[in-house]
Design a protein around this ligand. Structure first.
Ligand code: AMP
Ligand code: ZN
Length: 299
């Protein structure tokens, strides 16, 4: 008998039937049932996309130099995953993998794993010239990687992020963010998800990072839509609403048509967390979910 048996609660057993663990912590194979809800959610989000939004789907990797230039290593070096490969001719590579320490022979490529869906967008927008007076809106998505230090339910190393991004004047971006904080609550209601909106800060690295987080809170740059996963624990962030002000536009030289510095903002949907929140709320049997919710998710 184990001395301290780990007691599995309802959320653990629910997660176990939806997501099959792999040897990598926080990395799962998703079941058909889980995917049905993720797909329903994706279409639901699409149906609420604002008009004149350009769609881009990014791969799970992006340019390392672009992420460096974005300041990611300054803010979140602890979360970054890099793509490294063995280099050489066939004989050299064979020789490398036969050694036990082949991993020390890996060399970095020009790629990293994308930590959020919107990073590759800003340099592309900058390349396409000044931002028109009515502003620009984008719908982006990618698989994301974050080297999280804990792997509680809903905290994955690899997860899917969908985002709407606005580029324009400070007023346009603020209005976009305000609109989405409001709209997101309507969407959560349509899905029968208990939720609350709260000011938030990013998990910036180190001591200087704590100051950055405080300043982000003080300036109300980030809000989150939180969903309760366990009654006794703080609720889980399933969406975020972010104002970057002129951060990305300074890095990428993004200007509005009138020559002013553009502002950017994004609304991020954590698809895997939202799906888990839905299962937690409505249970494993989709037939028993409220009719309105099933209609909204197209099943
Ligand atoms: P953030 O860029 O941190 O605001 O993340 C945007 C959204 O992605 C969050 O609101 C979560 O829903 C989701 N997310 C962030 N980190 C993780 C993670 N480690 N596992 C699963 N979902 C995540
Ligand atoms: Zn973003």
């Amino acid at each position: 008998m184990p001395i301290n048996p780990v007691v599995e609660d309802e959320l653990d057993s629910l997660t176990r039937s939806l997501l099959l663990p792999s040897p990598g912590a926080g990395v799962y194979a998703r079941t058909g049932l889980f995917e049905q809800v993720v797909e329903g959610l994706s279409s639901f989000i699409t149906r609420h996309r604002e008009p004149e939004t350009q769609i881009l789907r990014f791969p799970p990797v992006m340019s390392r130099s672009q992420l460096e230039k974005s300041g990611y290593l300054h803010s979140f070096p602890h979360l970054l995953g890099n793509v490294s490969c063995l280099q050489g001719n066939e004989a050299e590579i064979h020789a490398l993998v036969e050694r036990k320490e082949w991993m020390s022979e890996l060399s970095s490529t020009e790629l990293v794993l994308s930590p959020a869906a919107c990073y590759p967008l800003y340099p592309m927008v900058a390349d396409s010239g000044p931002v028109p007076a009515k502003g620009l809106m984008f719908d982006v998505a990618s698989d994301c990687f974050r080297r999280e230090s804990t792997h509680e339910v809903g905290r994955f190393q690899s997860f899917r992020m969908r985002e709407f991004v606005c580029v324009g004047t400070p007023e346009q971006v603020l209005a976009f963010r305000t609109r989405w904080v409001f709209l997101a609550q309507r969407l959560a209601k349509l899905l029968g998800l208990p939720h609350q909106i709260a000011p938030a800060s990013d998990p910036f690295f180190g001591r200087a990072g704590r100051l950055a987080a405080m300043s982000q809170l003080e300036q109300s740059l980030k809000f989150e839509l939180l969903v309760p996963f366990r009654a006794e624990e703080p609720p889980t962030a399933c969406m975020s609403f972010n104002c970057h002000r002129d951060h990305f536009s300074t890095v990428w030289k993004l200007f509005n048509e009138n020559g002013d510095q553009a502002h950017t903002g994004c609304v991020a949907f954590g698809l895997d967390r939202l799906a888990l929140g839905l299962f937690k709320t409505h249970g494993l049997d989709l037939q028993k979910w409220p009719v309105v919710v099933r209609e909204n998710l197209s099943f």
